[in-house]
Design a protein around this ligand. Structure first.
Ligand code: ADP
Ligand code: ASP
Ligand code: MG
Length: 417
């Protein structure tokens, strides 16, 4: 069971979490619980780091930001004990959750679950702070923002759990963020592939890495709400959204005699920035000179378009990078202005990427056309496009984000009551 920041924000909420955990144990389960820091706490700690030193040491950043989860894990263990349950906390280094050395964005390499499973088998509830691990050098690491989801899936895989329930502040995965579109519909099932694509294009209900790990390890993941009464249906009746394999979904829908939805979800991401380099020579190696240095600097380029002006033998290249890497990207390209040979560099951080995702696209034509038409009808201009087998993304003006998501939700006939 994993509980996110809003679920852990304060004494009353943690008490409610403790009751939910107690009920699962009473239903006969051995339980490990992964917790986030209280809502807002990690942001607060990150700010302290930035104030201390804008070029802070990531290893010390990890020492600071990992503390939020240490607090909530101890508190939840106390609340469980107050309810008469046996419980103890297990910090990352105590389990241990072994990661690599990449401070602030570490990857879990191995979880030694022997002591943990023994403790669980003895009837003790294990409470584990999410987001943290221990490096080969024995220092505390963190897994990147939103990383408690990944901790939970990794622990579930390590203890060979029947299920990994991710409790949050919404009661499942919706067709789009229910806080933006009131007509968003809750999905009973989403495939790993779709969830992976949705998370990576901005549906931050699950951290992307947690979904790829679940897919790789075959962990059964359910997303559900912790904001429930004592008499709410038990988690075992799957009241939330189940992440399932393609085959499993096909079987479920066969049983229900259901037509597969063309689009499963829509996501928006305001964390990209657009850069255009104008009048680059149209010759072999020109784009390699741009993207080689960005790759070397670990900057992920997402959308790319190149326009060729036939008469001049020159091209304009437009691409997007994470907003957080914009300044670095500009500096790198400025330095290489002569080698690349561009005329001007234009940057725009006020853009948003809107994506529609669905495995149904594989077998249907016209998904992109519907998107372009619906946006055009509302006067929304498309600045760049990318596609994958199960996704179409467009870049638009950031101010039109909410409108675009709503318009597309209606255009694909996804609106609920
Ligand atoms: P937690 O603190 O529990 O990890 P998060 O804030 O990380 O919670 O994730 C839950 C939030 O994800 C919801 O409050 C919701 O606004 C947002 N969200 C974005 N896209 C979706 C979606 N498609 N379905 C459900 N929630 C979504
Ligand atoms: N507390 C961490 C964060 O806010 C990890 C998490 O909540 O998943 O990013
Ligand atoms: Mg989260």
């Amino acid at each position: 069971m994993k509980f996110g920041g809003t679920s852990m924000a304060g004494t009353e909420r943690i008490r409610r979490v403790a009751r939910i955990v107690q009920r699962q144990q009473a239903a006969g389960h051995e339980v490990a619980v992964v917790v986030s820091a209280m809502a807002g706490e990690t942001d607060r700690l990150v700010t302290f780091c930035r104030e201390a030193n804008p070029l802070y040491d990531p290893a010390e950043y990890d020492v600071v930001v990992a503390s939020g989860e240490q607090v909530t894990s101890g508190l939840l263990a106390m609340h469980l004990q107050a309810l008469g349950c046996k419980a103890r906390s297990w910090l990352g280094w105590q389990v241990p959750i072994k990661t690599d050395n990449a401070h602030a964005k570490a990857r879990i390499e191995d979880i030694d679950a022997e002591a943990l499973t023994a403790s669980m088998a003895s009837g003790e509830i294990a409470v584990i702070p999410g987001f943290q691990g221990v490096s080969p050098a024995g220092r505390v690491t963190t897994l990147g923002r939103g990383g408690s989801d990944t901790s939970a899936v990794a622990v579930a895989a390590a203890v060979k759990a029947d299920r990994c329930d991710i409790y949050t502040d919404v009661d499942g995965v919706y067709t789009t963020d229910p806080r933006i579109v009131a007509k968003a519909r809750k999905l009973k099932n989403v495939t790993y592939e779709e969830m992976l694509e949705l998370a990576s294009v901005g549906s931050k209900v699950l951290q992307t890495r947690s979904v790829s790990l679940a897919m790789k390890e075959g962990v059964r993941v359910q997303v559900l709400s912790s904001f429930i009464d004592d008499d709410a249906p038990a988690a075992d009746t799957i009241p939330g959204t189940m992440i399932v394999s393609d085959e499993e979904l096909a079987k479920i829908q066969e049983g229900l005699d259901m037509e597969r939805q063309l689009i499963t979800g829509i996501a928006a991401d305001k964390n990209e920035a657009k850069i255009t380099l104008t009048r680059i020579a149209d010759r072999p190696g020109a784009v390699a000179a741009i993207f080689g240095p960005l790759a070397a600097a670990n900057i992920n380029v997402d959308m790319i378009i190149q326009n060729i002006a036939k008469d001049r033998g020159e091209t304009d290249v437009t691409f997007t990078v994470p907003l957080a890497d914009l300044a670095r990207t500009q500096a790198l390209l400025e330095e290489r202005k002569d080698t690349i040979g561009y005329y001007r560099m234009l940057a725009n951080s006020k853009v948003a990427k809107i994506s529609v995702v669905g495995v149904g696209m594989r077998s249907h034509a016209g998904v992109a056309a519907t998107m372009f038409r619906a946006l055009a009808d509302r006067g929304i201009n498309i600045q760049a496009i990318t596609t994958s087998e199960i996704k179409v993304s467009v870049l638009i003006d950031e101010d039109e984000t909410e409108l675009a998501v709503r318009v597309l939700h209606t255009a694909y006939e996804m609106d609920g009551e």
